[in-house]
Design a protein around this ligand. Structure first.
Ligand code: ADP
Ligand code: MG
Length: 553
């Protein structure tokens, strides 16, 4: 402590640059060690980076919590939230918390040590160093906080145990889904709608979820809790109902169900399999060497759709590409909403089939592939449709939303199909196929601008990747910008592969897995608290959208 005090005293009142004297040294402060890994150049630059390390033994944190990946994630999330709650200083900085629990790069176990990454805004008046104030933040405020969040005896036992126990239950449900051939589970009394289009908080006075009788199931959880709720079986499920009756709200809750939500969110027990992918139209996106011929073949002027590339996809080609890429990446669950779909990819009705002959229509509509995807490829679909009755024929389950409450209406639908047969003709000729052999050219990935690496996302809408500004706005399942940044880092790590070209899906999946295992150590900055682990799907989908990406011809 002596050393830190001496330095701060010496540089007090000097120009801001003198803070650099704190860099590169380790300061031992009672039970922990401090290290400044990056010192900001001026008071307006991004905050400085700080690493706190301590022997796990000295914290009293039980080793079994840290050794179990599920408990560890929930535990670190609890510490993160506790820090945000207790931190009164605006100068000590951690990423904001949300309704969701993520694997982040804030805390890390390194053998018998615990590492804690955070940031600090080093204080100044104008450009003069405020040494005494810095001392009080670093030597008083910070140790007080560290005692409250890292010393196990100071943690509130019951809230902590509840936090971990909920997370264990959520993981158990998700595992159970695959075992029982279910896609998703929604517990009774879940609150699905959100406060607003820009808030992830629950809507007050919402109609709570109630399971339709025939879809009811019981879940017995590790915590001893028993839940009754709706199990959505594998296959094709339609969500129908009148406009404004809550169809999209149900689908949105299901697509967010790949994440785990905190107590009070309303979606704690809305759990979806973690290979679920939201599919939508996304005109304008780039597509590289993708075989979309299962959906689109015979474009004007003989344009190739077996290795289809475009800098500016249409609604239908973009949605076809999104489906193919999701399946290529290994997803077995497509989630589709009519609100954000290209109508001509979803359906061609009888009249249109008569009006425009098949020979002039390159599109095989999704309705003619949906059963095949399930029966031959094991790919399920959950789809919202209020407008297209032809889909009733291809469903295994039909949920009708009525005044925000679901009803199961399979029998009524079958009766109706018998009474009003559709005249539409199936338009598929060849079996569904994808080419999973796409290889990316390693040197085409370039995250540099000038001589520097320029990579990161400030919002959900864009990833800066070198010279490129990539549009991520339509990847609806990305929960926060830090996921995009980390995905960018995972893609960047591929440039270190010592090969000319590598299999796209396989390599990205391996890089993501490595990131998860090493808890962000293979990324550029292991002192960074701002990384959030993405699923392999989001990384692959972002790579697929890179305009600089070259696919081996
Ligand atoms: P649809 O897709 O059927 O047209 P939405 O899902 O978009 O309808 O829902 C319409 C509106 O109803 C939204 O503003 C949504 O927040 C609200 N809403 C949805 N579910 C509920 C509910 N369970 N309780 C109260 N309001 C709800
Ligand atoms: Mg809708």
């Amino acid at each position: 402590m002596q050393k830190l005090g001496q330095i701060l005293q010496r540089i007090d009142g000097k120009g801001y640059g003198a803070y650099k004297d704190l860099g590169g040294k380790a300061f031992d402060i009672s039970w922990f060690r401090l290290q400044f890994t990056k010192i900001q150049a001026d008071p307006y630059a991004p905050p400085s980076k700080l690493i706190v390390t301590t022997r796990i033994e000295d914290t009293g944190i039980p080793r079994d919590i840290l050794d179990d990946p599920v408990q560890r994630t929930a535990f670190f999330d609890f510490l993160h939230r506790r820090f945000k709650k207790l931190n009164k200083s605006r100068d000590l900085v951690l990423p904001r918390t949300t309704q969701k629990v993520h694997i982040r790069s804030i805390f890390r176990v390194k053998e018998d040590h615990l590492q804690f990454n955070l940031k600090i805004q080093l204080p100044a008046q104008g450009r003069r160093i405020l040494g005494r104030q810095a001392h009080s933040i670093i030597a008083d405020e910070l140790p007080r906080l560290l005692e409250e969040i890292l010393l196990y005896d100071n943690l509130p036992v019951q809230p902590l145990n509840r936090h971990i126990s909920l997370y264990i239950d959520q993981h158990y449900i998700r595992k159970k889904l695959s075992e029982e051939k279910l896609l998703a589970f929604v517990a009774n009394n879940a609150v699905l709608p959100r406060e607003s289009g820009v808030s992830d908080k629950p809507l007050e006075e919402a109609v709570p979820f109630e399971t339709p009788g025939s879809m009811e199931m019981k879940m017995e959880l590790p915590s001893g809790k028993e839940l009754i709720g709706m199990g959505v079986p594998e296959g094709v499920t339609l969500i129908c109902g009148g406009g404004y009756h809550g169809k999209s709200t149900l689908l949105n809750a299901l697509q967010e169900g790949i994440y785990d939500h905190i107590t009070g969110d309303g979606r704690e027990y809305v759990i979806t399999r973690d290979d679920a992918v939201k599919i939508r139209a996304e005109d304008g996106r780039s597509i590289k060497g993708l075989d979309i011929s299962s959906f689109i073949a015979g474009l004007p002027y003989g344009k190739d759709t077996v290795k289809f590339s475009t800098e500016n996809a249409s609604g239908s080609t973009s949605q076809a590409a999104n489906i193919i890429e999701a399946i290529e990446a290994g997803s077995k669950l497509m989630m589709i909403d009519e609100d954000t779909s290209a109508t001509n990819l979803m359906i061609r009705d009888h009249r249109m089939q008569e009006f425009i002959h098949k020979s002039s229509e390159p599109i095989v509509p999704f309705i003619d592939r949906i059963r095949e995807l399930w029966e031959d490829q094991g790919v399920s679909t959950i789809m919202v449709t209020g407008g297209v009755g032809d889909y009733l024929e291809v469903a295994d389950q039909i949920i009708v939303m009525d005044n925000y409450l679901p009803e199961s209406k399979m029998e009524e639908a079958q009766q109706l199909i018998a009474n009003y047969p559709s005249k539409r003709i199936k338009e598929v000729t060849d079996p569904f196929h994808i080419n999973t052999e796409r290889k990316l050219v390693v040197r085409s990935i370039n995250p540099t601008k000038g001589r520097k690496v320029k990579m990161g996302a400030k919002s959900l809408n864009n990833l800066m990747f070198g010279m490129e500004n990539l549009n991520t706005a339509h990847l609806e399942q990305i929960a926060e910008p830090s996921i995009i940044t980390t995905a960018g880092e995972v893609i960047y790590s591929l440039t270190k592969e010592n090969k000319k070209s590598i299999p796209l899906v396989e390599s990205i999946a391996a890089a993501q897995e490595k990131t998860l295992k090493q808890q962000f150590e293979n990324l550029m900055h292991s002192d960074n608290c701002d990384y959030t682990l993405p699923r392999k799907f989001e990384v692959i989908f972002i790579a697929n959208r890179l305009r600089q990406l070259e696919i081996q011809p």
